[in-house]
Design a protein around this ligand. Structure first.
Ligand SMILES: Cc1cc2nc3c(=O)[nH]c(=O)nc-3n(C[C@H](O)[C@H](O)[C@H](O)COP(=O)(O)OP(=O)(O)OC[C@H]3O[C@@H](n4cnc5c(N)ncnc54)[C@H](O)[C@@H]3O)c2cc1C
Length: 382
């Protein structure tokens, strides 16, 4: 949706083919660093974002075992002063709706739901795509934004499926009013424990609390959404955690905004991108998770998709060069940055879930260095 919006703003006619019959409410949150909100602001969406997001004052890192604060990073006004844009947390459905509205007012974006892209043909001067429903569709470029299990990527790179990373993610969305006052603070809290961590933050202007718990665990394909098993699994995984954290997990069923309190994901990713030709070839480009699926431990997957969209729009707006050259320009501008974010997300996973002496070293360095290890200037400052 971000790519459609950006490319339409650059003057292109966009046809979007979405496999799902409709855009459903996706009950989970997203953190958007200042590198991402800066892009949304540049698209004129600052007011629309302000209307739906929360803007946490700080990120607090705590031990999941003792509950003690290990360190903190000021967000809020500091993020705006230092990076020129806020740190936001948003419900996915709200971000999606905001981008949808931006698409409709950006120019010519035609959205076709219930149409899966089955395959494409790159003819050199045009691309044809085949969907189940309509006659062959032809355009100047194909932007494959079809996510983790991208079929466009498989046709372009033929590099097999992404691999499970060995972690399970459990997500819940809670009604803030149903929670004790102590949990209603305007902050992102990350609780780090051996082989697990949990992140909580407000969305919807503070009316809802998003909770993501990530636990080392064998992927068991096929049991992704079994909510009752999820609650029992989390109780087991967090049995050694401090009582505030166990209380939060126990409060989920009665405070949940979703019929199903927990949803579970088997996390999968790919190694960092290792060259521009892995993001664009001929008249076909990949973006978002199709191009660079990553572990969620830097909270930047959707952010990178939005940055990709902005870069694509710039590249496609170039004059006097053909579409494949423009898409190569996009890939050259993006691949090293997204590879660095993928690599850092991987490393964060090891740090977050550390055990034994490594964990003690981690806690000591967060205590000692605080903002210096929690801030990410190379990421946020661009
Ligand atoms: C637990 C967890 C927490 C996360 N937290 C954050 C965070 O805080 N901040 C952040 O920035 N990111 C976060 N992410 C990452 C983020 O969710 C993804 O990076 C992001 O959703 C990728 O967007 P995308 O548009 O590339 O892919 P998707 O969101 O997967 O969208 C792909 C779309 O393509 C459609 N599609 C698929 N195949 C076809 C086809 N053949 N034809 C037509 N349509 C098709 C799908 O239906 C879907 O609508 C998190 C991820 C997880 C798992």
């Amino acid at each position: 949706m971000a790519a459609a919006c950006a490319v339409a703003r650059a003057g292109w006619q966009v046809r979007m083919y979405e496999r799902a019959p409709q855009f459903a409410e996706v009950g989970a949150g997203l953190q958007l660093g200042p590198n991402v909100t800066r892009v949304l602001h540049a698209w004129g969406l600052a007011d629309a974002l302000r209307a739906v997001a929360a803007f946490p004052d700080r990120l607090t890192v705590r031990s999941a075992v003792t509950g003690a604060e290990l360190g903190a990073l000021a967000l809020g006004a500091r993020s705006v002063a230092r990076y020129g844009a806020p740190y936001a947390t948003v419900h996915r459905a709200d971000l999606h709706a905001l981008l949808h509205r931006a698409c409709l007012s950006a120019g010519e974006v035609n959205i076709h739901c219930d149409q899966a892209v089955l395959r494409y043909e790159d003819l050199g001067t045009a691309v044809r795509i085949h969907t189940g429903a309509t006659p062959v569709i032809e355009g100047d470029a194909l932007l494959g934004a079809d996510g983790l299990l991208s079929g466009v990527r498989q046709q372009l790179l033929r590099d097999g499926p992404p691999q499970p990373v060995g972690d399970l993610a459990y997500r819940a969305m809670l009604r803030m009013q149903s929670l004790p006052a102590g949990w209603r603070g305007n902050q992102v809290t990350a609780w780090l424990g051996p082989r697990l961590h949990l992140v909580q933050y407000p969305v919807r202007g503070g009316r809802a609390l998003n909770v993501v718990a990530i636990v080392r665990g064998a992927a068991r394909p096929g049991d992704v959404d079994d909510s009752s098993a999820a609650a029992a699994e989390l109780e087991r995984a967090f049995h050694g955690a401090c009582s505030p954290l166990r209380d939060l997990i126990a409060a989920v069923p009665q405070a949940s905004l979703n019929a199903q309190p927990w949803r579970r994901w088997v996390l999968a990713a790919r190694p960092p991108v290792h060259g521009a030709t892995h993001m664009a070839r001929g008249a076909v480009a990949l973006l978002g998770d199709a191009a660079h699926p990553m572990r969620p431990y830097l909270a930047q997957g959707a952010g990178m998709a939005i940055e990709d969209a902005a870069e694509l729009a710039q590249a496609l707006a170039m004059d006097a060069v053909d579409v494949p050259t423009r898409l190569q320009r996009y890939a050259l501008a993006r691949w090293q940055r997204v590879a660095r974010v993928q690599a850092r997300s991987m490393r964060n996973g090891q740090i977050f879930h550390a055990e034994g002496v490594v964990r003690m070293g981690r806690d000591a360095s967060i205590r000692l260095l605080g903002e210096r290890v929690l801030d990410v200037p190379w990421l946020y400052g661009r």
